[in-house]
Design a protein around this ligand. Structure first.
Ligand code: ZEM
Length: 292
């Protein structure tokens, strides 16, 4: 059942069972290593997979998860990637144990594992990404800038090929994790349960009253009730823009719909620019979550 050496090349050809082993290793590490923020490296693994993918440019076909060029200094040092070395270091022992998997496939598998282990929807996985060298690093500025608004979001995500509904569905990932003053300059979590995938982000956007936070840091919002939660200017654009807000309303009301749409759009994100075998398109695999 497990992968074997190809008869023609001698190269190890992994099977689903081998990817499941990698998945289980990451899941076990997530369980064991709880010295990150709210007790889980899950959110920062999701962010690594997103920033690896979100550099994609549909016009030139450059960027995207097929390359893992964030390993190299120019891209790893882009302001938007501050702090993601934590996620890459977390995965180093996994790469050492399973040297046959590319970094590009590993980072996406880790993002999927984190989402599923944090009780999110099942995300189909297709391997096949190849690591590229330093020359494939993308220029700075392809990832979104949190201080901007609706036009910027449509510009950045439109360049990847996403529409309004997909932008709003992807943004629900901000149910997870938090901002760090030593990374982005922003501070705090979006929700009260930053290590569980929920539709709370949308509910809070609609039901909380959000005021500008009074502080010396970059402009961000805080909730009126507890002053412990935050929203970025780009998050608030999803309720001030009518076309975006329709989708916020839908996802706030219906968590199952959010799960379904989030699974579809994150699969699209993770596969931008990945050249799968044209004839088979490779059947996506479902990797089994551990506990839940
Ligand atoms: Zn985020 N994100 N993001 N995001 N993000 C941060 C953290 C996390 C934007 C953004 O500027 C920021 C998506 C979309 C957008 C996650 C996932 C996804 C932070 C805080 C910022 C500033 C970084 C820090 O200080 O550590 C903007 C402007 C976005 C445009 C819509 C999408 C899409 C995501 C995944 C699908 C996650 C999981 C985090 C939390 C990371 C952590 O370390 O806790």
């Amino acid at each position: 059942l497990s992968g074997s050496a190809s008869e023609t090349t001698g190269v190890f050809v992994p099977k689903q069972e081998d990817y499941q082993k990698v998945y289980n290793e990451i899941a076990a590490l997530l369980q064991d290593k709880d010295d990150y923020d709210d007790g889980s490296y899950g959110p920062v693994l999701v962010r690594l997979a997103w920033h690896a993918s979100g550099t994609y440019d549909k016009e030139t076909g450059t960027g995207g998860s097929n390359g893992a060029t964030m390993r190299f200094q120019p891209e790893g040092d882009h302001g938007a990637n501050a702090g993601l070395v934590t996620a890459r270091d977390f995965l180093a022992p996994v790469k050492a144990k399973f040297p046959w998997i590319t970094y590009s496939d590993l980072w996406i598998l880790a993002g999927i594992c984190a989402i599923q282990e944090m009780q999110g929807p099942t995300i189909p996985y297709r391997p096949g990404r190849m690591d590229k060298d330093i020359a494939a690093c993308t220029p700075d500025g392809r990832l979104p800038d949190a201080s901007q608004g609706n036009k910027h979001l449509r510009g950045i995500f439109g360049r990847m090929g996403f529409n309004d509904q997909e932008i709003v569905a992807l943004s629900g990932a901000h149910a997870l994790g938090r901002c760090h003053t030593d990374r982005s300059g922003f501070d705090g979590p979006w929700t009260f349960s930053p290590t569980v995938v929920t539709n709370e982000y949308y509910k809070l956007l609609l039901n909380e009253k959000w005021n500008w936070k009074k502080w010396n840091g970059p402009k961000q919002y805080e909730d009126k009730t507890t002053k412990t939660l935050m929203m970025l200017p780009t998050d608030m654009a999803l309720v001030s823009d009518k076309a975006f807000k329709q989708w916020v309303d839908k996802y706030a009301k219906d968590e199952a719909l959010f799960f379904k749409d989030f699974a579809a759009v994150i699969t699209k994100l993770f596969e931008l620019g990945v050249p799968f075998d044209e004839t088979t398109q490779q059947t996506p695999m479902t990797l089994k979550p551990t506990a839940n």
